[in-house]
Design a protein. Sequence first.
Length: 402
Amino acid sequence: MSNYSNRKGNIFITMINKSYKYRIYPNEQQKVLIHKTFGCSRFIYNWGLNQKIQSYKKDKSSLSCINLINQLTNLKEENIWLKDVNSQALQMSLRNLDNAFTKFFREKSGFPNFKSKKNKQSFQSPQKSKVNFNNNTISVLKIQNIKAKLHRKFEGKIKTVTISKTCSNKYYCSVLVELNENYPKKPEIKLNTSLGIDVGLKDFATFSSGEKVQNPKYLKNKLDKVRTLHYKLSKKIKGSNRRNKAKIKLARLYETISNRRDDFLHKLTYKLTHENQVNTICIEDLNIKGMVKNHKLAQSISDVSWYKFFTYLSYKCDLYGKNLVKIGRFEASSKICNVCGYYKKDLELKDRELICPQCGTNHDRDINASKNIRDFALQKQNLVGMDKPESTLRENASLEAS
């Protein structure tokens, strides 16, 4: 979900973009057209990536998206089969390539890779797409009346339609809709309506209210079955039907694990954003990319999917009118006593309790951390009327650390 502002006269209108994902059931003829579009879109993406690389190697120049789109006419004359599919889908492949390069330079993410037909396939259609809720069909250019399970209705302008196929041979359609709605006004930040959240591996999340959410460990619970299917797949002859069946079986198991994890995260974030007594949610900014470099914890960290949890929580706070405050990733939330502010430097990861040498309070490590996250976040907002003087925790921590 995203939003932007559009000015008409002297009035600012907030436009909310919301995505709706549906399962589709194309017939054999529609499957042929969909797979053709997959292949052509992938070919254009790889061609555009190669053109950009060669241009940079030749004279250090950079080809823009418009330069590549202008070359499509000549490319279609050389490859006549490109005319069989939606031309807009081909142009969108080049625009997605341009976005991948922009992300690479701005966010220092990975360099764009060539696409393979072995991975998940998709294409986008930005215009002249229709969703018929009466007949339960979705239509895009050159592929009309695809049967779909339209379990949610929407009202708004369709921006783009993305048709995709998973590794388990399931087809989906994601419809991006522009809604003429405003985000609800967020309430005032107060201490008694704020909730601190500390995420972990032993428990998925611990709240400053003392409540804990158990880690479901969806991948770990199915790890034996995953290993078994991987072993069976390795024994199949490459290119055989049995290997293809084993590959689909393994893909469906991974899909089941992913779907259960998404369901858990959606339900938890929905519950947090619909709690009447909570108007402000406080979280910490974790360096997840750096944390997964620890090979002993990488699988467990990937299984809990903290990044996806924070992403869901962020857009739902905007959607339902809740405040979301992040603290810095270098705040020592676990090692500081929430009562007196004492900094226990030698606290290790295996220690699940914090006994403060200064005030003698026996803390549960995670509950103490969640309370500190809440307090740090509210100090960041310069909240007046807190029980502790502003910056007391940070000052004590810095004195102990020195």
